[in-house]
Design a binder for this molecule. Structure first.
Ligand code: SF4
Length: 458
């Protein structure tokens, strides 16, 4: 895996954790400085895989467990420099540098940001993954499609396989259910016993569920034939999943035909180049709303945060995770709602290596209302849930005191129904635990009420 002139390591695939660890170990022991190493992926390089063993220096070294855990997550990020970045951190740590204690260290900060982005995307994939149930041939195959922002398929497939296995244990009379998850990068296949990983499918071939089923019929056997058995990412270090309380059963496959509105797909493309206000110049990308066409509930927040800006999807960061939990407790499946923000670009102030959130101002909210109107007109929800003061101001055109107006339906200027509640990020800022628990319960109660109203309006 390395050449003698200038060590070039070619990993087997984007998530080749074992390969990266073996190469890192051998080169650190051989004293190979980071700046003389190059890293690439075998499947994407035009060069042939170099022959030859790793350097054979003996000895051993240790690095903090927390650094290994950080590397196991960050290696799943879609960032070409991650192998080099993580090698540098290990190189410095084995030399005795307390890298994990250097809070403002740019390399450590970048690795932590990558790991955070991976965790957020892994969570989002688990929240959003949906399946088509293919009943023939038996046993049922749950066929899923997802376009991940990072390389989280393998670790998430392991979690999902455990859920499928747990469901079977809970109900042994059920037939063994299989799943196949296709993504543009790779695919994962659970046959009831083993997990296999195979090639992916181009996103352009899968515009909707009908095309997904057709692609599977045509290419499924080829994909399966090319699959390898195995798990690339160590489960314990790769992703954390909150343990589910015993009174809640393991989540099973959710069969949910899901079709995005084609006009909104086009609008999202147009918005990706929007420069109607100055916010578009500083942020990474436009974060448009998402959800199925014709969703009964439309949720509006303030603006994308740091994680949303990197991943390009709404409510995938810390506030999104609180919202997901509250939605689940309120009995609302996030896959059935449309969710967006009043302002589509992240507004922030740089501070060292961090980006500090700034509240958008009235003119920015007003200008970005253009896109919000496109989403609302196209979705025509039964109820629009305004989360926080910015969302309420965007729709009502006036300052709103949330505590006074939350929790009940009212008529919006366009004749449809609106509902106000707090923004989930507010719950992150409540200082003491008791108040936080009280505010969280009030938020869940608001969501339950919103769901009830949306059902009644129907
Ligand atoms: S914040 Fe809204 S209006 Fe401003 S550039 Fe972004 S998408 Fe356009």
């Amino acid at each position: 895996m390395f050449s003698h002139a200038m060590p070039r390591i070619v990993l087997a695939r984007e998530t080749d954790w074992d390969g990266w660890r073996a190469a890192t170990r051998a080169h650190v022991l051989a004293g190979t400085p980071p700046e003389t190493l190059t890293w690439s992926i075998g499947a994407t390089t035009a060069d042939p895989r170099p022959e030859g063993p790793f350097p054979q220096a003996g000895g051993s070294f240790g690095v903090p467990r927390a650094l290994v855990a950080l590397a196991a997550q960050a290696i799943q990020a879609r960032a070409p420099d991650r192998f080099d970045l993580l090698y540098r951190l290990v190189w410095r740590a084995q030399a005795g540098e307390p890298v994990l204690e250097q809070r403002d260290d740019p390399e450590l900060s970048r690795a932590r940001r990558l790991a955070l982005a991976v965790r957020a995307e892994a969570h989002r994939m688990r929240t959003h993954l949906r399946f088509l149930a293919l009943l023939h041939p038996t046993p049922t195959l749950y066929l899923g499609w997802y376009v991940p922002a990072h390389f989280v398929l393998e670790a998430n497939a392991q979690l999902l396989a455990r859920r499928f296995a747990a469901q079977r244990l809970a109900a042994p009379s059920l037939a063994v259910a299989r799943f196949a998850i296709l993504t543009p990068d790779a695919s994962a296949h659970w046959d009831g016993t083993n997990l296999h990983f195979g090639p992916g499918l181009a996103a352009t071939l899968v515009p909707n569920d009908v095309a997904l089923a057709a692609q599977w019929r045509d290419y499924g056997p080829d994909i399966l034939a090319a699959a390898r058995i195995g798990t690339a990412i160590p489960q314990a270090e790769a992703l954390d999943e909150d343990p589910r309380p015993p009174d809640r059963p393991p989540i099973g496959p959710v069969v949910l035909p899901f079709q995005r509105d084609s006009a909104l797909i086009a609008a999202a493309e147009d918005a990706s180049a929007c420069r109607r206000c100055p916010l578009g110049d500083k942020a990474t990308q436009t974060v448009f709303g998402e959800g199925p066409a014709g969703a009964a509930l439309l949720f509006i927040g303030e603006q994308p945060g740091d994680q949303e800006d990197i991943i390009g999807r709404p409510f995938v960061g810390p506030a999104g995770q609180i919202l997901d939990r509250a939605l689940e407790e309120a009995g609302i499946d996030r896959r059935t709602i449309y969710i967006t923000n009043a302002v589509k670009h992240f507004k922030f102030t740089p501070r060292g290596t961090r980006r500090i959130h700034q509240t958008p101002e009235a003119p920015e909210i007003q200008i970005c209302r253009f896109w919000l109107d496109v989403e609302r007109v196209q979705q025509r929800p039964r109820l629009t849930v305004l989360m926080g003061a910015t969302a309420a101001r965007a729709i009502l055109g006036r300052p709103v005191t949330i505590g006074r107006e939350r929790g009940r339906a009212f008529r919006l200027p366009d004749g449809t129904q609106g509902f106000i509640t707090v923004h989930p990020s507010f719950l992150l800022r409540v200082p003491d635990e008791d108040s936080r628990a009280r505010e969280y319960a009030a938020f869940v109660a608001d969501l339950r009420e919103a769901s009830r109203i949306a059902t009644e309006v129907a």
